[in-house]
Write a protein that binds this ligand. Structure first.
Ligand code: GUN
Length: 279
């Protein structure tokens, strides 16, 4: 039987409506700062989407663009100013940063209360301690899409392919918190198929087009594809969607799956940042 396609855009719009409603009840307008350094074309597209969605929600948005050769001190200075700015509740520094930067130093300079990506050591450490403060938006998007299927996560075999700090590690922690049995696979995993074939829930964030084929997926599995790969003019995920959809129970498309949901989650984190800021 063909899989049910998980419509990330529809889920994202539902969440955005609820975000806008909650924001209306606040005394202040939510304010997001987006910092983009360099000219990575993919980063530019992502930041454009984030800015557009933020503005469409009626929120305040500041955007800072820096050239590829911006100095680390310049970025640290802008983050420091944004940390102190009252009308800014959330700061997002788009990654990757140009190679002359110490990425973790720049990310760590964001106040944890304003870290809407959930990437600072305080926020990631809280996640490890089951004391979640700000959860990384892409990981939250994956969980929301899994939960939208109505399938219970507890007790399921969940396999995460990819161990990035941005997606793989946080999504594995969120699945673990929901009592899934979590296996993490990565580029050095031997016999990837042996693991993926056993997955009731399969989250793929490896950045490799068509890494996951039909033979690697268990019948009826929930397949969440976080990959965004450019193939000529086309954007494709890490999962061979056309064939895997014949065996999976649920599958996210690329584009139109995790991507839009991630941006909605970012704005949800912005409201969380406003709450944390008032404590
Ligand atoms: N680069 C790829 N994904 C992300 C993300 O979610 N946040 C930031 N800041 N950079 C990214």
């Amino acid at each position: 039987m063909a899989a049910i396609i998980l419509d990330g855009k529809k889920e994202a719009n539902k969440l955005l409506e609820s975000i806008k409603k909650r924001a209306k009840a606040l005394e202040e307008k939510p304010g997001l700062a987006l910092v983009l350094a360099g000219n990575n074309p993919a980063s530019e597209i992502y930041v454009n989407f984030k800015e557009k969605t933020c503005k469409e929600a009626g929120f305040y948005c500041e955007r800072y663009n820096f050239p590829e050769n911006v100095s680390q001190n310049e970025l640290l200075k802008v983050v420091d100013e944004l940390n102190q700015k009252r009308e800014i509740h959330g700061i997002l520094v788009q990654l990757p940063l140009p190679k002359q930067m110490d990425e973790s130093l720049v990310v760590d300079s964001i106040l944890p209360n304003k870290d809407v990506d959930g990437f600072t050591p305080v926020n990631l450490g809280n996640l490890v301690n089951d004391n979640n403060m700000m959860e990384p938006a892409t990981a939250r998007a994956c969980i929301a899409l899994i939960e939208s299927t109505g399938i219970k996560i507890e007790g399921k075999n969940a396999v995460v392919v990819g161990r990035s700090n941005i997606v793989g590690k946080p999504v594995a922690l969120l699945l673990l918190q929901r009592n899934a049995t979590v296996t993490m696979c990565h580029s050095k995993t031997k016999n990837l198929l042996e693991h993926t074939k056993n997955a009731d829930i399969l989250v793929v964030a490896a950045g490799k087009p068509n890494l996951i084929t039909k033979a690697m997926v268990k019948e009826g599995a929930v397949v969440i594809d976080v990959g965004i790969n450019r193939l000529g003019k086309k954007i494709i995920g890490d999962v061979d969607f056309e064939n895997v959809k014949d065996v999976a129970g649920f599958i996210t498309p690329v584009p139109g799956g995790v991507g839009p949901m991630t941006i909605a989650m970012l704005l949800d984190n912005l409201l969380m940042a406003m709450k944390l800021g008032r404590r």
